[in-house]
Structures are given as C-alpha cells and as structure tokens.
Design a binder for this molecule. Sequence first.
Ligand SMILES: CC(C)(COP(=O)(O)OP(=O)(O)OC[C@H]1O[C@@H](n2cnc3c(N)ncnc32)[C@H](O)[C@@H]1OP(=O)(O)O)[C@@H](O)C(=O)NCCC(=O)NCCS
Length: 159
Amino acid sequence: MTDLVLPSETNPLNNLFGGELLARMDRAASIAARRHSRRIVVTASVNHVAFKHAVPLGSVVTVEAKVSRAFRTSMEVFLDVWIDDRESGNRTKANEAIYTFVAVDDAGRPVKIPELKPETEIEKLRFEGALRRKQLSLVLAGKMKPTDATELKAIFEID
Ligand SMILES: CC(C)(COP(=O)(O)OP(=O)(O)OC[C@H]1O[C@@H](n2cnc3c(N)ncnc32)[C@H](O)[C@@H]1OP(=O)(O)O)[C@@H](O)C(=O)NCCC(=O)NCCS
C-alpha cells in the first residue's frame, strides 16, 4: 500500500504522526489477513511496533503486509514500512510491526482458517517465531498463564 504523507497527517516536527502510521499498517495488514483467510477479519492485537525512523512530510511511504503464520483462527501479520528516496528512487526501511488478526463469521465469532506454508528463509524464520510471540501476547493480555507458555519458557531455560 503506497501513499504520500500530507500536512494533516504530521506532528509538530513535520513528521508522520505515529497514529496515522498505525492506521495505515492496520489497513494493509487487514487486507493481507483477509486475502489469506477469505473471511471477515478483525484486529486482535498489535504485538510489536518499532518507530525506528521519522517519516518526513511529503514522503512516499509503502507499507508491505504479509501473513507470517496462520493458527486455528488467528493470523500473525508482519508489516515492513519503506520510504522512497526522491532522487535515487531507492527504498529505505523506516519501521516495522507485527499485528494479530482473527477471522470471524458474520456474527463476529472466530472461524477456522487455512494453514500457511512458509517458503523463503525469512518466511521460515518469521513462521518459527510466531508461536512464541502469540504466547507472549496472550500472557500479556491475561489470556494465558505464564506457566502454560511453553515457547516462552524455552527462551529463558538455562543449562
Ligand atoms: C479478536 C476476538 C474475535 C477474539 O475473540 P475471543 O473471544 O478472545 O476468541 P478466542 O479466545 O477463541 O480467540 C480467537 C483467536 O484469537 C487469538 N487471540 C485472542 N486474543 C489475542 C491476543 N491478545 N494476542 C494474540 N492472539 C490473540 C486466540 O489465541 C485465538 O487464536 P487461535 O484460534 O488461532 O488459536 C474478539 O476479542 C474481538 O472481536 N475483539 C474486537 C476486535 C476489534 O473490534 N478490533 C478492532 C479494534 S477497534
């Protein structure tokens, strides 16, 4: 999803307002999740956002969204945000984020979705870490007991 940064979308330093970028990422991620599941999707959680670089007024910003893993009804979506350099035409990575979407029926009840098979190295890396991030998100949301978060516990196990 590519769009310009207009004056009404900036903060007093003339950089893109964080909430505007969150909204753009939410839109792009919802399209990716909807294309994968072919269902109505809702944002369940914003798991990670890193505003590494400011995005100046007038920038051309591209938000790339990709489902990294599909669970039973939920999907993890990775967002990579790029800015075009006007003169060289090259893109630089400005920000990244991870969102979770849930596929739902017409009444808003979660529904089962197809699996996703990672192919490239980066897809495999993101796929493998997704369960750990899901468990962290559920623990932080109070929906999972830390003692049940097997993938998380594995990180902290010391020989
Ligand atoms: C998202 C929503 C459908 C989940 O409903 P729920 O009753 O918690 O349903 P479940 O407990 O069955 O969870 C459904 C899935 O979401 C996952 N999930 C729920 N909360 C989560 C969280 N905070 N982080 C990560 N995953 C989460 C569950 O693990 C489950 O995944 P799985 O089926 O793939 O294993 C419900 O909370 C909702 O409708 N929220 C509002 C969504 C919305 O309006 N978003 C826009 C905000 S303005």
